[in-house]
Write a protein that binds this ligand. Structure first.
Ligand code: UD1
Ligand code: MG
Length: 434
């Protein structure tokens, strides 16, 4: 059993290398802000997770409170004490072992964090050997001992040539932080208080510093939009493998876009090019090629190819075919095979929606409901001008505009302009004929 520990996640920086008005830690990976992932990993280990915020503080807190309760947020005085060292000022961890993580490391997993705790040194720090170390603090090791960390902007030419870099995760004894954080200075190229300077001071005082060599893939920081895309590819690959292990069939999985909030149950088949977003739940269903599904629940159904289910669609025992768009609608035991828009609708068992059916749910100001009962046959090219309510066992003839209102059971609804035939028209108009 490991000692209890506190985890501090640094998430107060601007992330200027992202070149974005959005705070770096709010950039999304597989549909969730990158900070979500390090908090999730931390939460698996401890109840004491402290998140340091400053830049876009309120937005960062609001985003994380969507997923987690009982987090401790500490606001950094980033104006007077900028930098990762500034971020650690005023932190009050509950436990004696304190793990510090950068908030821009979404790929880190619980098992890797635990390796820091098995080591009794005063400081355990993460180290990676990189082919291209640019952008990272270089770790100066002499006589097999970590001497100090030099930030790239402060490094000499020979220090820049070092390929051993600081990955940005550290385990400290609380007393080490209490001793050295107040002594940090900002006399460096960026005028910032560097957490990394604690290493040199501790070394000087003879404390034990243990380097822990870690896997690049989990510890790589996200500092640019290129890094963001690379991290997302790795994360999505993990998600796909996890679900395939759980029994989901994926065809050409590398072409399937999958978000963190998506869940599967039972036997599901996902064809190539499918995009699954938000809090989607798929149960015993087949999603065919190039369909897009957002925040929807699909049970015992088949969808696509090329269908679009927008948020809050609920499908049960239903077939939705190509070029069908569904939004905020519940379809139970329904067939909607081709080319339709079904929005703000409830459709009952045994009903068939013909090709080209449109729910006219919006009058330019408000949205209205369409309710279709059981066993309703909706002919092709029908427009349902909402609000409209159709009872069970009704037939709507092809080409009908069903105007707003209530329609009773066991009727045919039909609106058609009578056919006119004008003899000889073709020859007269085009000047040729058979
Ligand atoms: C930091 C390390 C560097 C290491 C790299 C690993 C320092 C001084 N440097 O550099 O040695 O190689 O991580 O990825 O620590 N943050 C705050 N408050 C601030 C500034 C930053 O909370 O005032 C947070 C950021 O939101 C981010 C994390 O700290 O999550 C790291 O900041 P970043 O600017 O990315 O540091 P690096 O330059 O990458
Ligand atoms: Mg970084």
């Amino acid at each position: 059993m490991l000692n209890p520990l506190s985890i501090v996640i640094l998430a107060a920086g601007k992330g200027s290398r992202m070149k974005s008005p959005k705070a770096k830690v709010l950039h999304e990976i597989c549909g969730r802000e990158m900070l979500y992932y390090s908090i999730k990993a931390a939460r698996e280990i401890t109840d004491d997770v402290i998140v340091v915020v400053a830049h876009q503080r309120d937005a960062v807190i609001a985003a994380m409170e969507k997923y987690f309760t009982h987090l401790t947020f500490v606001t950094q005085d980033a104006e007077n004490f900028p930098g990762t060292g500034g971020a650690m000022m005023g932190i009050k961890p509950k436990y004696d072992d304190v793990l510090v993580l950068n908030g821009d490391m979404p790929l880190i997993e619980r098992t890797s964090i635990e390796k820091f705790l098995a080591n009794p040194a005063d400081i355990v720090m993460s180290v990676i050997s990189l082919e291209n170390p640019s952008g990272y603090g270089r770790v100066v090791i002499e006589n097999d001992r970590v001497q100090r960390i030099v930030e790239e902007k402060d490094a000499s030419a020979s220090e820049k040539a070092i390929h051993t870099v600081n990955a940005g995760v550290y385990a400290f004894k609380h007393h080490v932080l209490q001793t050295y954080i107040p002594r940090l200075s900002n006399a460096n190229a960026q005028g910032e208080y560097y957490l990394t300077d604690v290493i040199e001071m501790a070394r000087h005082d003879g404390l034990e510093i243990s380097p822990l060599f870690v896997e690049e893939v989990e510890f790589k920081g996200v500092n640019s939009k290129n890094d963001l895309t690379n991290a997302e590819m790795i994360m999505m690959d993990r998600l796909r493998r996890t679900w395939m292990d759980a029994g989901v069939i994926m065809q050409l999985p590398h072409t399937i876009y999958l978000e963190e909030g998506v869940k599967f149950e039972g036997e599901c088949v996902i064809e190539n090019g499918v995009r699954l977003c938000g809090n989607t739940l798929i149960v015993n269903s087949h999603i065919k090629a190039h369909s897009v599904i957002e925040d929807s629940t699909i049970t015992n159904s088949d969808v696509g190819p090329l269908a679009h289910l927008r948020p809050l669609s609920v499908l049960e025992d239903t077939h939705v075919g190509n070029f069908v768009e569904v939004k905020k609608s519940t379809l139970k035991g329904v067939k909607a095979g081709h080319l339709s828009y079904l929005g703000d609708a409830t459709i009952g068992e045994g009903s068939n929606i013909g090709a080209g059916t449109i729910t006219c749910n919006y009058d330019g100001v408000k949205k209205y409901q369409t309710i279709i009962g059981k066993n309703v046959f909706v002919g092709s090219d029908t427009q349902l001008v909402a609000p409209v309510e159709i009872a069970d066992n009704v037939m709507i003839a092809a080409g009908t505009t069903v105007t707003a209102g209530k329609y009773e059971s066991d009727i045919l609804i039909l609106s058609r302009t009578p056919i006119r035939k004008v003899a000889g028209f073709f020859t007269k108009f085009f000047g040729k004929g058979k």
